[in-house]
Write a new protein. Structure first.
Length: 229
């Protein structure tokens, strides 16, 4: 069984880095963003480089991620796992904290070396007003390198997360080349909407606040093969 998230991600995009890997919808805002494996890998590399070069984080350090499901959240999580950081599940000291702009008040219980705020703009535009004590993630990450070579060792917790993802993929019957439609409002755990399709070598169409009347046509348009709603 795979025990290295960075390796699983690399293997998932290797067959065709140009194919859509993560397609993001938010029916509350009308947003649709499609990322190829190569594009997501670029964001992941920049995030991992930010963590190692700017934050100075080392394998085994902790990061906090106070973000809802989103394509930028995928980049942050995979960047943390590529840098071999542990994504903390409860408030506590962390080397870096990534927080949605509308959740900054929740971050008081997270002592952090560096704090990065995300507006989760559909086009990844810089923030006009950055919350006090935070750095704009989009502005900061763009200055970092497009390539990152992860340590070949598995990160702390990788095996447990991937085991859960593999079990979910088996439950759904996902295999290489499949395309999973996920209601992330009902399934916000990144194991479901991010790691499960990656583990299976599948791509994902992630939908926030989905309009039930659109799901059938979306499944047809996006050529999805499986649904988690």
């Amino acid at each position: 069984m795979a025990d290295n998230i960075a390796r699983v991600f690399a293997d998932a995009i290797a067959p065709d880095p140009t194919r859509p890997l993560l397609t993001w919808y938010d029916d509350a805002t009308g947003e649709r963003t499609e990322l190829s494996g190569a594009t997501l890998a670029n964001w992941v590399a920049k995030t991992a480089n930010l963590l190692t070069d700017e934050v100075g984080a080392a394998p085994g350090d902790a990061a906090g991620v106070l973000l809802p499901p989103h394509w930028q959240t995928a980049a942050v999580l995979l960047g943390c796992w590529s840098a071999k950081l542990t994504v903390a599940g409860t408030p506590g000291p962390v080397e870096a904290l990534f927080v949605a702009a509308d959740r900054v008040d929740e971050s008081a219980g997270w002592p952090a070396g560096e704090r990065y705020a995300l507006a989760l703009d559909p086009f990844a535009l810089p923030m006009r007003q950055v919350p006090a004590g935070c750095t704009d993630f989009v502005t900061a990450v763009r200055g970092h390198g497009d390539h990152f070579t992860p340590d070949p060792a598995a990160g702390d917790g990788d095996a447990a997360l991937l085991a859960r993802a593999a079990a979910r993929a088996t439950e759904l019957g996902l295999t290489q080349g499949d395309r999973l439609l996920v209601d992330v409002s009902a399934h916000p755990d990144p194991v479901d909407w991010l790691l499960t399709p990656l583990t299976a070598g599948a791509s994902v169409v992630a939908c926030a606040h989905p309009d039930p009347t659109r799901l059938a046509s979306r499944a047809e348009t996006e050529k999805t093969t499986h649904t988690l709603a």
